[in-house]
Design a protein around this ligand. Structure first.
Ligand code: NIG
Ligand code: FE
Length: 425
């Protein structure tokens, strides 16, 4: 008998999301690695074994035991795309959209991302942290144990560094593991209106070097977590050439690539992402079949964000079904942000993806665990229940994992375990 810290046993199902190295693709997406009457053994914050309850009870003696009878155990959810650090809200714009003004019309009129920028420029690091913490708490209670967070509402050097400092402060104090992304090229700030090339130069010459220097002394470098560099490649934001210049400049500073592509307009962002070896390409609402094939043949993970379409009242969704069928590595995310998706819930995203994008519940679960972890470079640490992975896991109050997508509007996550410890949420 080996001594361990924690044994979770008797689970109706353990959904391991295990598999050979790398994200799941194609038919493997429909396999969540189910173990009926399963158990998970944890020591020193890591998973040491996963298997049938009878076997693990015979092999391990645990300090703490949790009986998960009638429940599902699955990996903690991984959120690969957020803009969760911001000040204020955009509830007025929400009402304008209800009355018929589109998201792009609001953006073109100087609202949208730029209105949040005004609020962020006036906020202190402390205020940003205080406003964001409850949102992270809500995400944690809904099962998110790792999250990427982007800057992008500062749009000048000092304000973007302020956002990085807020992200770092949260990483130092919050239970959720945080992966940072620099998104200086999120929108053209008002003082550069009509001068996108000049702002692109500013991002390249001043903001990226400042972000890269900041990173070297940050908690993230110490934790061996990279700082990603992202661009909103879109009409009225950054065109393909500007996006390429920003991403190449980041690569030269050691910042790996992410990209927002094909949300409203197909500009060729997928091919650019693949060419630059991006870890992920996100949105993909209007991606062409040819670009889908390019993505499928690459290592880049495609992240789709159906809470955005839902929130914007659109019935046009990314063709996530075709992405899986073509062999792309697919992940799902909320995109939590004050404009296009004020939504902390990955289970709600599963529910939308199953209903409007024809994903099976198993595909949706792999997309918010294993594949989402690969979309932020963390697939060898989190996203699946396998020996050696960090012990981030959930006990779900349902006898079958499909309830995570079948029920919606509530919260089935009963217990969150982070690095082997039960978290009070
Ligand atoms: O991912 N698309 C660009 N950025 C965000 C929206 C941010 C906002 O509206 O504040 C997104 O949807
Ligand atoms: Fe985004």
């Amino acid at each position: 008998m080996t001594k361990i810290d924690l044994l979770i046993y008797n689970a109706a199902q353990v959904a391991t999301c295990a598999g050979p190295s790398g994200p799941k693709r194609g038919e493997a997406m429909a396999d969540v690695g189910l173990i009926e009457d399963g158990a998970v053994a944890v020591a020193d914050g890591q998973i040491v074994a996963v298997g049938p309850t009878a076997e693990l009870r015979a092999d391990y003696i645990a300090e703490q035991r949790i009986d998960a009878a009638g429940k599902v155990v699955c990996p903690g959810f991984v959120e690969p795309h957020t803009h969760v650090v911001f000040a204020g809200d955009r509830v007025n714009e929400f009402e304008l959209r209800v009355k018929g003004t589109s998201y792009q019309e609001i953006m073109a009129a100087g609202g949208g991302i730029v209105s949040t920028t005004t609020a962020v420029r006036q906020a202190s690091v402390e205020q940003l942290v205080a406003e964001t913490r409850p949102r992270l708490n809500a995400m944690l209670a809904l099962g998110t144990t790792t999250a990427e967070i982007k800057t992008g509402y500062g749009l000048d050097t000092a304000s973007e560094i302020k956002l990085l400092r807020a992200i770092e402060a949260l990483a130092g104090q919050h239970t959720i593991d945080i992966v940072p992304t620099f998104l200086g090229a999120h929108a053209i700030p008002p003082e550069y209106q009509g001068r996108a090339d000049a702002y692109t130069d500013r991002v390249i010459d001043e903001m990226l070097p400042a972000a890269a220097a900041w990173y070297q002394a940050s908690i993230f470098a110490a934790r061996h977590i990279p700082l990603f560099n992202d661009v909103f490649c879109e009409q009225n934001a950054f065109n393909l050439d500007q996006s390429r210049r920003v991403l190449a400049a980041g690569l030269a500073l050691g910042l790996p690539v992410k990209i927002h592509a094909d949300e409203f307009t197909a500009l060729g962002g997928v091919s650019l992402a693949v060419e630059l070896g991006a870890v992920s390409v996100d949105h993909l609402d209007v991606t062409t079949p040819a670009e889908r094939a390019v993505l499928a043949a690459s290592e880049t993970v495609g992240v789709v964000l159906p809470a955005v379409n839902f929130n914007l009242g659109s019935l046009h969704f990314a063709d996530a079904r075709a992405l899986i069928d073509d062999g792309a590595a697919l992940a799902l995310s909320t995109d939590i942000n004050p404009g296009s998706a004020p939504c902390p819930s990955l289970p709600l995203v599963m529910a939308i993806a199953c209903r409007y994008q024809q994903l099976l519940p198993a595909e949706a679960l792999n997309a918010i665990t294993r594949n989402a972890a690969y979309a932020i470079g963390r697939g060898d640490v989190v996203g699946s229940l396998e020996p050696g992975q960090q012990a981030d896991l959930l006990i779900v109050n349902a006898p079958d994992y499909r309830h995570l997508a079948y029920q919606f509007g509530g919260n089935l996550v009963e217990t969150v375990i982070k690095k082997g410890r039960v978290v009070q949420v």
